[in-house]
Structure formats: C-alpha cells, structure tokens
Design a protein. Sequence first.
Length: 166
Amino acid sequence: MDAAPILIRVARMLRETGLDVVMIGNAAAALQGAPVTTVDVDFLFQKTPANLRKLKKLARALDATILRPYYPVSDLYRVMAEDLALQVDFMATVHGMRSYNSVKSRAISVDVGGEVLLVASLPDIIASKRAADRPRDRAVLDALATTLEEKKTVTQRETPGPKTGK
C-alpha cells in the first residue's frame, strides 16, 4: 500500500486547520531515510483547548473519528477513518521527549508531495525509543543509529573545511 496519498492529505489538513504538530516515530525516521517500516503515523502536539478544537476539525475534514484508547502515559488521541485505512495518533506526552517546544526547536521540515511536515530529529526519535524500551522500539534502534551516523558523515563531507592560502 502506498501511504503517500494519505500522508499528503493529512499534511494538507494539518496546514488548513493550523494544528501545530511534530511528526515522531518510525514514519518520521523513514522520511529521513531510515530503513524502517510502520503502519501508523504519530504526531506530538500540545494539548490545549485550541489544539483540541483543531484536532476535531481535522477529524471532520478527513471523515474520521477520534478515539481515546487507554494509554495513560501518552495522552493519546487516535484519528481513524476505516475507508481510508487511516490511523493517525496525536500524543501530548511521549517517552523521552520532555517538552513539545524543545522537540519542535530541533525538528526539520520535510516536503511530502508539496506539503510540508515538521519532523522530529533523529536524535529525538532515538531518545524516545530508548526511553520507551519496548521490543518494537529496541528492534529499530540499530537502524536509526546507523542512519544518524550516515547523515553525520554526509554532512561532514559536504561541509567545506577552512580555506588555506599559499
């Protein structure tokens, strides 16, 4: 299944509703080149009355339902639309991510079909997965660490060194 059309639609609705989020998890890592797969998309957001109204508006625009599964640590809001095979999780709290603003300050912008998503940095994703310490999180840590090291190596090669004169 090609998730790109759904992700583009979600990104467009996020922009149109003004819901301020940062993509986290395996989908965020995959957008940065990590060789990981996932069936869901996760976002970190600030749980404010204004953002909850925007989340409801987003769900209506996607013809989706907001569910509140019992995950006490994450303060999870799951947006689901079965006809679209859509499951998007919005979390106000995530293991290893202390504050929304700090995660956002290190996030990068990624173009997804002409829409821009704010995506958590690989170090933040790795810290979150280490903190969660679930088997599925531990299973991808090596791949994420390798991707991070590869990105650092490429950046170092692309960064010009000091100019030397003769």
